[in-house]
Design a protein around this ligand. Structure first.
Ligand SMILES: C[S@@+](CC[C@H](N)C(=O)[O-])C[C@H]1O[C@@H](n2cnc3c(N)ncnc32)[C@H](O)[C@@H]1O
Length: 243
């Protein structure tokens, strides 16, 4: 796919950027609505040598974790260090904010540690992959609207809080509402009409399929590993919608 992609690759729900880091396209516009996440990617790209020693210095224990969870550092580097430390030491690596916008995932117990980030050259590799990427904090719609004929957009929206293969799905109205699903479908159709290749991963549910009439739809199964409740970690079906 990398060879066939001659235009720009857009990933407007970047999160952990699994597809971007796998593809490593030559031209990429990466974005997410989460400013802490995007700040971290920018710092990894621009200042990876500075953050590794800062991370190495931080002991992994509940006291440090809770202190950092409460902290609101101002410098972009310290914010990125906080983000990476919390991401590597939080329960299940989950990212969740409460209604006041505060990170509220409990300590993971010390099993997950940041060491992997430098013991394997993960941050350095990420910095290399991000070197030429345009990285922005923004809502997805403005980014999809930028894409032109020959570009490819991959969308992996936040879509549910409960994922049930038996036909019931609960939308997370705060994080990604049903109105957002409509906005996504409309901007995807507009982009497709301009000659943009659009791929969307989403829940396998009839309400979602109805938003994409005429699209090619593939069904895939994957393990769901991020629920706090171990009994809810099971296999879920997802759609790949190709426009
Ligand atoms: C399911 S995750 C993406 C996971 C990603 N594919 C990966 O490999 O980790 C969805 C992402 O969409 C972001 N997001 C939610 N609402 C958004 C919006 N309106 N515009 C842009 N990004 C949004 C979230 O912050 C989150 O990082």
């Amino acid at each position: 796919m990398r060879e066939r992609l001659t235009g720009t690759y857009y990933e407007p729900f970047l999160g952990g950027g699994a597809v971007f880091f796998r593809l490593r396209p030559a031209k990429a516009v990466l974005s997410d609505i989460n400013p802490e996440l995007i700040n971290t990617y920018r710092i990894v790209r621009n200042s990876v040598e500075e953050i590794v020693p800062l991370l190495k210095r931080m002991a992994v224990n509940k006291r440090n974790y809770n202190r950092l969870r409460r902290a609101e550092p101002e410098s972009p580097i310290q914010r990125a260090v906080r983000f990476l430390y919390l991401n590597r030491t939080a329960f299940g690596g989950i990212y969740r904010l409460n209604l006041r916008g505060e990170f509220n995932v409990p300590y993971g117990g010390g099993e997950r540690k940041p060491n992997i980030l430098w013991e394997r050259p993960l941050l350095k590799n990420a910095a290399d992959a991000l070197a030429t990427a345009d990285i922005r904090v923004t809502d997805f719609e403005a980014m999809i609207d930028l894409a032109k004929a020959g570009d490819v957009v991959y969308c992996d929206p936040t879509y549910t809080v409960a994922h049930d293969n038996n036909g019931f799905i609960r939308y997370n109205e705060k994080n990604f509402s049903w109105a957002d699903q409509h906005r996504l479908a409309c901007s995807a159709h507009r982009a497709s009409q301009r000659g943009v290749g659009v791929i969307i991963s989403n829940a396998n549910h009839r309400t979602i399929r109805k938003l994409y009439p005429g699209a090619r739809i593939l069904v895939a199964e994957r393990p769901s590993l991020v629920s706090c409740d171990v009994s809810k970690r099971r296999s879920v079906e997802e759609l790949f919608i190709l426009l």
